[in-house]
Ligand binder design. Structure first.
Ligand SMILES: NC(=O)c1ccc[n+]([C@@H]2O[C@H](COP(=O)([O-])OP(=O)(O)OC[C@H]3O[C@@H](n4cnc5c(N)ncnc54)[C@H](O)[C@@H]3O)[C@@H](O)[C@H]2O)c1
Length: 366
């Protein structure tokens, strides 16, 4: 198969759809790989690295789309890319169709085959192509939280690890899923006292089993949350209700209960946030303050660490990309039920029920 790796042109996106290691595997399997010049630079991979791995470098994005049967990307195509997509071309990337009707209609019009990373689902119902980004965001949440607890940026002036003779900072983690566990682990590693909450007892049992004794688990309910926000310095929002808006676990009135300089990192911002006062921010302007509480709610946290994020993402996408290249999308989806769940749009027809429901459409188009 001929595989194309275009440069991401969405604002502030420095990740790339494939590393030189991925190119090497595809070429080893007798596929041709075209990489757009400088596509990997933002992630620390240069043209010569791709060439050494066996890729052919093309100058423009138009050439990559025109010559490739399968496009492997990170973000959904943006408007400038729509017309570059050809009928029957296979696109393997994050799409998040339900949040964009124009994108969905554009892909229907182009008659592409769209396999969305975010809906590839394994036997246990987990989303293997979303997990690495949650791992990155969970770990980063503590790094960012620790920074914004510093006084010059309006934080409480607390060092999370404390020092001999001074108690460590306290971190409250809402949600013991992928984000929550990674955040708790990083905070514990810094020596902070950590309280992690969930409504799922299995997740709390797991956290209780694997975490050190200074990480305590507690059932998530309003009473317990109200109790802990008064004494914790850093609050991490890592809650997810599949397919729904995140619940508002921290309401506006609760901010007054917190001590001035408390920091909230609401990682769940991309699902609306689990804090009533959360609004999406960017890496250029990541925080805002309400009632003396610092809010950090960057919607694409992994974008700040493109090297780690690109490698983490491509580690999990490559086996699927290889399967698609080796077998073609039809046979690959027939043989692999996880990949089949990733099929969202096929030749002008929406095949993923939730997208049709999200827009209240009567039909899938054809
Ligand atoms: N901002 C970013 O850059 C970024 C990056 C990656 C992920 N995310 C987001 O982070 C959020 C968490 O992702 P995840 O992969 O950890 O999800 P996950 O499904 O692994 O974990 C979510 C957890 O929340 C728990 N939960 C549900 N309701 C709760 C409640 N009322 N109280 C406490 N816990 C509750 C669930 O039981 C589950 O354990 C998602 O919204 C995801 O989209 C954001």
């Amino acid at each position: 198969m001929i595989v194309g790796i275009p440069k991401e042109i969405k604002n502030n996106e420095s990740r790339v759809g494939m590393t030189p290691a991925g190119v090497f595997e595809l070429v080893k399997n007798n596929h041709t790989v075209y990489v757009q010049s400088t596509a990997g630079e933002g992630s620390g991979f240069f043209n010569k690295d791709y060439q050494q791995a066996g890729a052919v470098i093309l100058d423009t994005i138009a050439e990559v789309y025109a010559k490739s049967e399968m496009i492997v990307k990170v973000k959904e195509p943006i408007a400038e890319e729509y017309d570059l997509i050809q009928e029957g071309q296979l696109l393997f990337t994050y799409f998040h169709f339900a949040s964009s009707e124009p994108l969905t209609k554009a892909m229907i019009k182009q008659k592409a085959i769209c396999i969305a990373y975010e809906t590839v689902e394994d036997d246990e119902g987990t989303l293997p192509l979303l997990t690495p980004m949650s791992e990155v965001a969970g770990r980063m949440a503590i790094q960012q939280g620790a920074k914004y607890l510093e006084k010059p940026v309006k934080g409480r002036g607390v060092l999370l690890g404390g020092v001999p003779g001074v108690a460590p900072g306290r971190v409250l983690v809402l949600g013991a899923g992928v984000v929550g566990i990674q955040a708790a682990k990083m905070a514990a590693g810094l020596g902070a006292h950590v309280t992690i909450m969930d409504i799922n007892m299995k997740r709390l049992r797991y956290a209780n089993d694997v975490m050190p004794p200074h990480v305590v688990t507690e059932f998530s309910n309003e009473y317990n949350i109200r109790k802990h926000i008064k004494s914790h310095d850093l609050i991490i929002g890592g809650v997810l209700l599949k397919g729904a808006k995140a619940p508002n676990l921290i309401t506006r009135d609760m901010l007054k209960e917190m001590r001035p300089g408390t920091v909230i990192v609401d990682v769940a911002v991309d699902q609306g946030g689990c804090v009533e006062t959360t609004k999406p921010t960017t890496h250029e302007d990541p925080i805002y303050i309400i009632d003396d509480v610092v809010h950090y709610s960057v919607a694409n946290m992994p974008g700040a660490v493109p090297y780690t994020s690109t490698v983490a993402l491509t580690n999990v996408t490559l086996p699927y990309a290889l399967k698609l290249a080796n077998l073609g999308w039809k046979e690959a989806c027939e043989k692999d039920a996880s990949l089949k769940k990733g099929l969202n749009i096929v030749s002008g027809k929406v095949v993923y029920e939730e997208i049709i429901e999200a827009f209240g459409w009567e039909e899938a188009f054809a």
